[in-house]
Design a protein around this ligand. Sequence first.
Ligand code: NDP
Length: 340
Amino acid sequence: MTEKTILVTGISGFIAKHCALDLLQHGYRVRGTVRSLKKAEEVKATLAPHCDITQLEFVEADLMSDKGWDAAMHGIYGVLHLASPFILNEPKDPDELIRPAVDGTLRVLKAAVAANVQRFVQTSSMAAVMYGHPSDRTTPFTEDDWTQLDHPGVSSYARSKTLSERAARDFMAQHNPTMHYASINPGLVLGPLLDRDMGSSAEVIQMFLRGKYPGCAKLSFAVVDVRDVAKMHRLALETSEPTGGRYIAASGAAWFLDMMRPIKARLGAKARKVPSFELPNFLVHLVALFDPTARAILADLGVEVRLDTERTRKALGMEFIGVEESAPAMAQSLVDLGLG
Ligand code: NDP
């Protein structure tokens, strides 16, 4: 048992609950931030069957307000900053995503430095790495790549993640605090849900389980299992690597069809509505004439994501759970929770 207490921001989220569980199972104390303490009871109920929740406490804090953050940092050794709005559809006002992501990150970072917190891990995203690049690019993406914000097709969500990671790194460079900083940059996060509060990445798999699409659009993603993402956050708190590390959380790249095949194989009849073929690109273009969701993916159709995560694997000693396990694990949990 360590005496270290870790602040997990946005502990009600899909990934954050797994991070809290992993920390509690590894002897840390956890303080979670919630926007409303009503959510605290739900998080406790979710984690209770899996770990000792006597080491878990909560504070109220919103990314858009200073209130609560100084108190939240009291006695904290390290922060996992996961809170950030994540929605699949493009909002009317991009600032709905960008302001909480950027201003919120700086607010949490400043409060952490003021309280002499020693470690800070920001949950960034592959959305801060891979977008706005030429579609004929064949060089694999690495930890050195950044989303190109001058490209017009970059979504507000990708902007929010890129700008918030940039803001944190600029702050660290400018103020040079003794606090150690690292970012974890996950691809599409799959793997089991712990409860019915499912988050946006599970919505993608749920749509296929419910038969929303007759076939898979030819889309390629960096993918990762949530259990690995949680583990990486803990390893980033513990690593002896220098400050400033940027760690890609991805087992590899997968087309939608690579996710659907193992889901169908594992879930059998429960996955009867899951498509087993790819839609031709021309059909997606046709649908895009009247469907905004289809329109949003046109630029990425057929573009294969290539990754080189060797540096992350070596630095953190990671061996990733593959998509053939993480995709059906998410689908199975959706079915088990009555969300399939
Ligand atoms: P969830 O939507 O499940 O969790 C988001 C969390 O952020 C919730 O706890 C939410 O609180 C909190 N939050 C949102 N807005 C605010 C705010 N204004 N103030 C305080 N808290 C706020 O998402 P995920 O678990 O999927 O994502 C967690 C992190 O991981 C995010 O930073 C996301 O960008 C990143 N990420 C996720 C990926 C994925 O595929 N899931 C991929 C790559 C990165 P509340 O419950 O009150 O709404």
